[in-house]
Design a protein around this ligand. Structure first.
Ligand code: WTA
Length: 629
């Protein structure tokens, strides 16, 4: 990527009304008096009891925030609003792929969350346990998350696109006793058979005693008596009353576990908390999206990923926003589906991914042109670097040249935005611009020396922030090693991304430096795909890399050594692709599989993916002195 000098200044319309009009002053203050800044942000929330300390660094890198404080995120996301006029404000507008829609006021959302929580309570769900949720994008998904949080149980949402093994591994790791799912969901006009997947996964998840099933598609599913319960039947029972106390939690009590891929081994369950996470997601949401009471905000992410947790559910609800949620594919039945929805619901803020933009861009301008998109005020992008061409299309065609694009860089681990513009920030297409308040990101070399403008290096975060993940479930040592050991002396967080900072202090994120692949913005680890391949009877060894892809950002390219006497063929390639889809999920389906006689390895037996990558891209393989003979 070459340095962009193109600058998009915000309009007067935007700057005059913006919540934050002077970034530099507030930023400086947020660094010089970091704790005071966060205390002020925390003060905007409702606490049962105020915290004693803003930040406790005594056991770093296991930082604690707002210790001594008592809070529940649901108290902030719902209870506080129903006590005001907002009780009658729309909280959620939902549209299913077949076209039906449902709306919930804050009052209705509260009622449904209470009823759901009472059902969970009757199933014995208690503070401290972890409930696994595996659902399509229907209102019951956020309702289930909120119901767990209300009772003080942590939720672990597993993206509905993951398959049997991925799901059962996550249920086992979390020791879940209760699983919430649906019979299925709709995607491109077809039924996704979620309950079938759950049934298979539960064969390998002995801790599960209860499975609550929401009826969505109505297709025939197998229900196991004594374990599986229809949600609509439970909702009809006298226990499902519409009043339920919100549990008082310590600020540091876990709110949720979210599994994400890393370099090695199994996905890690990152732990986020009630207090710091609520402060962080609400602050970033309000300031970056310049949230106003009358906004209609649509985040297209699935709640199964961190973007859905922080900026579809918690960040917007804590701010009392009206959010839009959609179940299905962007191009179903036609490529104008999203634009039709923007017009229909009067969406003013749209937050999506570069992959979606590139995908919709391919269908041509005529689709968005058919709709009046003048209701849009702000746009957002997340998940991967946005290429300037897609940025300009998004800005010109969707935003009518009028809407600033908030290119937000962050991670499952960070809980919320870290490097991001504000609406008043002059924008450079392809740059996530500058740090959010309280953050000190830097681009450094292996030894921690800060690099000169324009030079590529590791992205580190020098200071802790309230939304940071606290640990990896059951494996604090892995947490310390993965994120904090590379710059232990300095006490910096290593993000695992490379990037550059230009002479104006703008950050340009390049991509992951580890073995994480972002396929359509979805985070996958090479290790998961490799172990899926090796689990096939004909495969002896496998190596996986990410290669650039025009729409998906990155695509999966596999190198496979077959067991003796087996020969590679088109059929076997197709079979292996299908095998990976079945094992991990359709999102992990490889683009290409090459059959090899040997894989490049170091003398200690480590596969040199760098060499495979260079070869696949027709580049110089670089230093291969460590390569085995
Ligand atoms: C990438 C998603 C460039 C990055 C919220 C990061 C981005 C990883 C951007 C985290 C962006 C996310 N520009 N790259 N605006 N946003 N990334 O955990 O590589 O699914 O490390 O969180 O996505 O992915 P995750």
């Amino acid at each position: 990527m070459t340095e962009q000098n193109e600058l998009f200044a915000p309009s007067r319309e935007i700057t005059e009304k913006a919540l934050i009009k002077d970034y530099d002053t507030l930023y400086r203050r947020s660094i010089e008096e970091r704790e005071a800044f966060w205390a002020e942000e925390a003060g905007k929330l409702g606490w049962y009891k105020k915290w004693d300390r803003v930040l406790d660094s005594s056991q770093k890198p296991f930082y604690k925030w707002f210790t001594g404080g008592k809070i529940n995120i649901v108290h902030n996301a719902i209870d506080r609003h129903v006590a005001t006029w907002r009780r009658n404000k729309l909280a959620l507008i939902w549209e299913g792929e077949p076209g039906e829609s449902r709306t919930y006021s804050y009052h209705a959302l509260n009622r449904e969350v209470c009823k759901f929580a009472n059902i969970l309570k009757s199933m014995g769900v208690k503070k401290g346990e972890i409930v696994t949720i595996y659902m399509p994008q229907i209102p019951e998904l956020p309702i289930a998350m909120l119901a767990c949080a209300k009772l003080g149980a942590a939720h672990s949402v597993v993206f509905g696109g993951f398959s049997v093994d991925a799901l059962s591994a996550r249920i086992r790791d979390a020791n879940s006793r209760v699983v919430i799912t649906a019979d299925g969901g709709f995607r491109r006009g077809k039924v996704v058979d979620l309950k079938g997947t759950v049934n298979e996964a539960l064969k390998d998840a002995p801790t599960v005693e209860v499975c609550i099933v929401i009826r969505r598609t109505g297709h025939a599913v197998t229900m196991e008596s004594d374990r599986d319960f229809w949600f609509h039947e439970l909702m009809g029972l006298p226990i499902a009353t519409s009043k339920c106390e919100t549990e008082v939690m310590d600020a540091e009590d876990p709110l949720f576990i979210l599994y994400t891929s890393g370099t090695t081994g199994s996905p890690k369950g990152l732990v986020h908390t009630h207090g710091g996470y609520a402060v962080y997601t609400s602050s970033t949401m309000r300031n970056v999206f310049d949230l106003r009471e009358e906004d209609r905000y649509w985040c297209t992410a699935d709640p199964g990923w961190i973007t859905g947790h922080s900026y579809l559910v918690y960040g917007p609800l804590i701010n009392g926003a009206t959010l839009v949620m959609y179940e299905g594919a962007p191009n179903h039945p036609y490529p104008n589906r999203w634009w039709q929805m923007v017009e229909k619901y009067g969406v003013s803020i749209l937050y999506t991914s570069p992959t979606a933009i590139r995908g919709l861009m391919r269908f041509g301008e005529q689709w968005p042109r058919r709709h009046d998109l003048s209701c849009l005020r702000l746009l957002g992008s997340v998940g991967e670097p946005i290429n300037p061409e897609a940025w300009r299309w998004y800005h010109r065609v969707i935003g009518g040249g009028r809407c600033p694009i908030m290119d937000t860089w962050w991670q499952t681990e960070t809980g919320g935005f870290v490097i991001t513009p504000l609406p008043i920030t002059p924008l450079k297409p392809g740059s996530a611009t500058k740090p959010y308040f309280g953050h000190e990101p830097a681009i450094v070399d292996d030894d921690g020396n800060e690099l000169a403008p324009g030079q590529e290096g590791h992205l580190v975060l020098k200071a802790p922030w309230p939304g940071m993940a606290r640990t990896i479930l059951g494996d604090p040592e892995r947490f310390r090693k993965t994120y904090w050991s590379a710059y232990e002396k300095q006490g910096w967080y290593k993000a695992g991304d490379s990037g550059r900072k230009d002479k104006d202090g703008y950050f340009w994120i390049i991509g992951r430096t580890d073995d994480v692949i972002k396929v359509s913005g979805h985070r996958l680890g090479t290790a998961e795909i490799e172990s899926a391949l090796v689990s096939h009877q004909d495969v002896a060894e496998a190596a996986v890399i990410g290669v650039p892809h025009e729409v998906k950002g990155q695509a999966i390219h596999c190198f496979v050594i077959l067991k003796h006497r087996k020969v590679g063929s088109r059929e076997l390639e197709e079979e292996l692709k299908a095998h990976v889809s079945r094992q991990v999920g359709a999102l992990a389906r490889p683009e290409k599989i090459d059959f090899m006689d040997a894989l490049p390895k170091t003398r200690s037996g480590k596969i040199m993916r760098r060499v495979l990558k260079a070869r696949a891209l027709g580049q110089d393989v670089g230093d291969i002195s460590t390569l085995e003979e």
